[in-house]
Each structure stands twice: as C-alpha cells, then as structure tokens.
Design a protein around this ligand. Structure first.
Ligand code: AMP
Length: 412
C-alpha cells in the first residue's frame, strides 16, 4: 500500500517523497485513514514505528480541509509531549511534512526564554507542540488562546503520566473546546492510561502495532556478564576494539551519566552526557555534537533519551539495566531503525539478575550471553541490592516488587 492509497493530498505526498519514504509503516497504514475519517484513536505505538508521521500527516491534511476563519492563524491543533526533546522533534516533523502547506507552528516548553514563544504566539500559529508545564504557564498568563483547538494529540501519554503530568493534563483538557478530535499515543496501556483514555476519547479506534524492533531481527541483542566495578573498563575496551564511532549509552542515574562520560573522556574517547539536570541549551548541544559525530559517545538517562531520534544508530549500550523492563525496549529501539541492523549490548552484573529476568519475561526470549575475554565475572562476588534513588528518572510500570517508588514528580 502506498501513501497515495491512504488518501493523502499532493503537498503531503511531495514532502513524503522528498523524505525518501517509499511505503507507509504499519502504524501509518492503520492510523492515517482513521484519523482522516475524523475518528478518535487510541494507539499503542512507540518511537521508531513512524508514529509521528502517522499523526502529523493526517493532522496537516485535516487542517488544510478547513480554511482559516481569519487571515491571522488560530491554534487549531495542539500536540502535547512529555519532554522538550520530543516536542522539538515533533515540531521538526511538522515542519518537514508541512513544508508545502501554509501552516505555522511553534513549540512551547520550559527551560528556555519565554519571549520568543510570546512573539510566535502573538503573530499567530495553527499548530502548537508543547510540554504541559510551560503550556500551563501560558494559559495562566493568558498569553495563549486555545479556544479554537479542535484537534488534540497526546504523544507518549504513558511517559507524561509517569512524569507526574496527569494534573497538568487535566487542567489543559478542561479549558479546551469540547468538540474536538483526540488522538492518544502510548507505548503501554496501564490502568491509568485506560482511565485517561476513557475520559478523553470518544468511541476510539484501537490501533496496535508490534513493539519497535521486537518482532523483527533488526536488533542484535547481547548480554556481557561483567563485575560492576569493571563495567567502565569493559565499555572503553569495546568502543576501542570495535572502533565504534557513534554509541548511545544508558545509565540509571544522572550522576552515573556524568561520571561515565568523564571516565570515557579520560580514556581518550569523546563523550558527553544528556540528562534532566542540564540546561536545555546544553542538552541540545550534546545531541547536536553526537549527531554530527563531534563526540562518539552520548551517555543518557531514560527520560532524557526519550524521543531522541537518531537515524541509523549502530550501537546502544545498557551500562546498567533499567529496573522497568519496558525501558529496555525503548532503549534498544534507538538502534536498528528503518531497515538498518543495530546492536544492543547490555553490561550486566550479578546485582541485576532480577532486572534481566523481568526483561526476558517481557520480550519473551532469552538474550544471548557472551563473556568478553579478560572480563569474566569473579564468582566470589555476591549480589547486593540495587538502591533506587527517589526521582531517579524511572517510572512506575511493572516494577519488581521490592523496589521503592520514585518521586511522583520526576519532571525535569
Ligand atoms: P517515529 O516513530 O515517529 O519516531 O519515527 C521513527 C523514524 O522513522 C524517523 O526517523 C522517521 O523519519 C522515520 N520514518 C517515518 N515514517 C517512515 C516511512 N514510512 N519510511 C521510512 N522511514 C520512516
């Protein structure tokens, strides 16, 4: 099936062609016709599936079917995302796919100056992509008019709830016009998501696509058993031996991310860390340096990495396994995208046995173990419990029973 057969209009087909996409992805095939038919959807799809184009393309088409009431654009579409990075990336997609259409969009998030946002809003935009906190600031200061919104998208809704945004979302929903089309995208369907969906969506069409890369063989997954104290050394060894040029490394904590990137730098491997304690500018710069290969290694925490879209990422390393098994799937979804083979390596110490078991249960397969020569774990070392810090950036899904709950406001 082609994009044309999905009923998309010429200006969009042209933009798609310029992007080099030849065929819609499964989520696009399912979502585009339903959205064009003006139905609400509840979609289980995560980053890497092509979901952004799946909602952006039909949104742009629907906007183009209704002439603006006035010369000055009014906000008719609102896209909410959990993180600034994801907001920027969705905004970029809106620009790319909407390039041959006359719509204006702007992105609104915290951590940057509010003035440029005010200027853009004053001039008028058709589409706003926002994180909930800063959007509420604008709402309370009456610097944004959402009274004409008839198209709402919640992207990565599960993450928004995990990050404690539920009340912010409720406040935003309360001021939107009642008559509107709603799309809810979420990688997982917890009871909380189902409750939100029940309140928000009107007879939604359910769309579910296979977890990114899980059904395909595009990601080679390997476990390297190693002692905790030797993980740094092993990582440096793997990068040097393999001559890896671009590797995304996940740590569980922000502090761990900083420490690891400092270590790698000392080892002569260019590295930078990205996490919620860094300013927006520092995060943007870190990502840009990584994308243009100024630095070889980007060390990230789960929330900071969420929504990062880097094409053809060859290597993802779990320096530490996530305590939430779904996060493993998100992490390895960063590699092997859009037809490229990727490699996801996990450095696993004895303390992480339970995390690994939960991951293998979720993905329904055993991951191949491979001991790197010279790095065999010392059998005399006993497992120690992993202390979960409050607000360390994890979330509350499928957690092993003996873990403490993170701070409900993990917002960064
Ligand atoms: P997303 O799941 O929205 O984060 O998209 C993941 C990646 O897939 C992005 O780099 C998109 O540019 C790319 N992509 C989206 N749709 C297609 C398609 N139909 N064919 C090839 N690549 C695509």
């Amino acid at each position: 099936m082609s994009f044309k057969q999905l009923g998309l209009i010429e200006p969009l087909l042209k933009a798609i062609q310029e992007q080099g996409y030849t065929e819609p992805t499964p989520v696009q095939k399912q979502a585009i016709p339903v959205i064009l038919a003006k139905k609400d959807i509840l979609a289980g799809a995560q980053t890497g599936t092509g979901k952004t184009a799946g909602f952006t393309l039909p949104m742009l088409q629907l906007l183009s079917q209704h002439k603006r009431a006035h010369n000055k654009p009014e906000i008719r579409a609102l896209i909410l995302t959990p993180t600034r990075e994801l907001a920027s990336q969705v905004a970029e997609s809106v620009d790319i796919y909407g390039k041959h259409l006359p719509f204006k969009s702007t992105v609104i998030f915290g951590g940057v100056k509010i003035n440029p946002q005010l200027v853009a809003l004053r001039k008028g935009v058709d589409i706003v992509i926002a994180t909930p906190g800063r959007l509420l600031d604008h709402i309370s200061q009456k610097t944004i008019d959402l009274s004409k919104v008839d198209f709402l998208i919640l992207d990565e809704a599960d993450r928004m709830l995990d990050m404690g945004f539920i009340n912010d979302i409720r406040k935003i929903l309360a001021i939107l016009p009642k008559n509107r089309q709603n799309l809810l995208f979420s990688a997982t369907f917890s009871d909380e998501i189902k409750r939100l969906a029940d309140n928000l969506l009107n007879a939604p069409t359910l769309i579910e696509v296979a977890r990114a890369n899980m059904s395909s063989e595009q990601v080679k997954q390997v476990i390297h058993p190693v002692d905790k104290e030797r993980k740094k050394e092993l990582l440096s060894h793997l990068i040097k031996e393999g001559d890896w040029k671009q590797v995304l490394v996940f740590t569980r904590t922000k502090h761990g991310a900083n420490k690891l990137s400092e270590y790698l730098e000392k080892e002569g491997i260019t590295a930078t860390a990205i996490h919620g304690n860094k300013s927006q500018n520092a995060r943007t710069k870190a990502l840009a340096d990584f994308k243009d290969s100024t630095v070889r290694v980007l060390v990230a925490t789960d929330i900071a990495a969420r929504g990062i879209d880097i094409d053809q990422l060859p290597h993802v390393v779990n320096f530490e396994l996530p305590n939430v098994p779904e996060d493993y799937v998100h992490r390895i979804g960063r590699t092997g995208r859009a037809g490229n083979i990727g490699e996801a390596l996990s450095l696993v110490c004895i303390d992480e046995k339970e995390f690994l078991e939960n991951i293998e249960k979720l993905i329904k397969k055993d991951i191949h173990r491979f001991v790197v020569k010279g790095f065999a774990p010392d059998p005399s070392i006993k497992a120690e419990p992993i202390v979960q810090k409050r607000g360390s950036g994890s979330n509350n899904r499928s957690r092993p029973s003996n873990r403490t709950r993170p701070s409900p406001k993990g917002r960064k």
